[in-house]
Structure formats: structure tokens, C-alpha cells
Design a protein around this ligand. Structure first.
Ligand SMILES: [Cu+2]
Length: 141
């Protein structure tokens, strides 16, 4: 009995913290467009890859991530193979934490300024993974 009340109390507190954070984030991003993209890790044709989840990139292998300059980009990485991975775009200093548990998620957000139009590489920084297939392009228009 006592334990379940404790759990409920912690859950309620966590909800308040999350609500508080997202509220301030919405305010901070009001001036820029926010783009949320989700990728999951997996295998395709014997190679390690990222697979797009949802939206225009759904099901695509190592999809081109197309965003507009002046956007705040938020990438969610889902681990779908139980191996250690991350997601990085070095040109923007963006890198998720490494996640290895099947079903775990990590996130990274970064801002692309106007004038930074171009094509940039994204890839997994774990040794050998980029060479094994975990790479793609971030295209800023
Ligand atoms: Cu990897």
C-alpha cells in the first residue's frame, strides 16, 4: 500500500517537472520553426542502418533529412537492435548519448541558422558503424 502511494507521488512529481520543461521550451522556440524527426537503428541488407520513423521519411533507409535554415531540429533516436549506437551531426556539434538497450531512446536538439544552407553528414560515432552503413545526409535549404 505504502509503496504504491510513493510510486504515484513520484509519478505526479515527474509529470509536473516534464510539464514545466516543455512549457518553457515552447516559449523559447516561438521565434523559430521546430522540426522533429525520428530515426531507429536496425539492419538492412546485412548493413547497420538508420530507418526513418513517421512523416515523409517513414521506412526509408538512411533518409535524407531535409530542413529549412532557421529551424530548431530535434532528433529522436530509437534503439531497435540492442547494439550500442548514437546519432551525430558534427557540423552542428550535435550528438545524442550512446544508447544500447533495445527500445531505449535518446534525443538531441540543435539550431540551424539562416545562411547555413548546405549538405551535411550524419552518422553513428561508434567505431566501425559509419563504415558499416550508419550514415546519411542532412540537407539544409
Ligand atoms: Cu551505431
Amino acid at each position: 500500500m505504502r509503496l504504491s502511494w510513493l510510486v504515484i507521488t513520484i509519478a505526479a512529481a515527474a509529470t509536473l517537472v516534464v510539464a514545466g520543461c516543455s512549457g518553457s521550451r515552447v516559449a523559447a522556440d516561438a521565434a523559430t520553426q521546430e522540426v522533429a524527426l525520428t530515426l531507429q537503428t536496425g539492419m538492412a541488407g546485412g548493413r547497420m542502418v538508420y530507418v526513418g520513423v513517421g512523416g515523409d521519411i517513414d521506412g526509408q533507409i538512411n533518409p535524407d533529412l531535409e530542413v529549412e535554415a532557421g529551424s530548431r531540429v530535434r532528433i529522436t533516436l530509437i534503439n531497435d537492435d540492442g547494439m550500442a549506437h548514437d546519432f551525430s551531426v558534427p557540423a552542428f556539434g550535435a550528438k545524442t548519448p550512446i544508447i544500447s538497450a533495445h527500445g531505449s531512446e535518446a534525443e538531441v536538439a540543435f539550431t540551424i541558422k539562416r545562411g547555413q544552407e548546405g549538405t551535411y553528414d550524419y552518422f553513428c560515432t561508434l567505431a566501425g558503424h559509419r563504415q558499416a552503413g550508419m550514415e546519411g545526409r542532412l540537407i539544409v535549404r
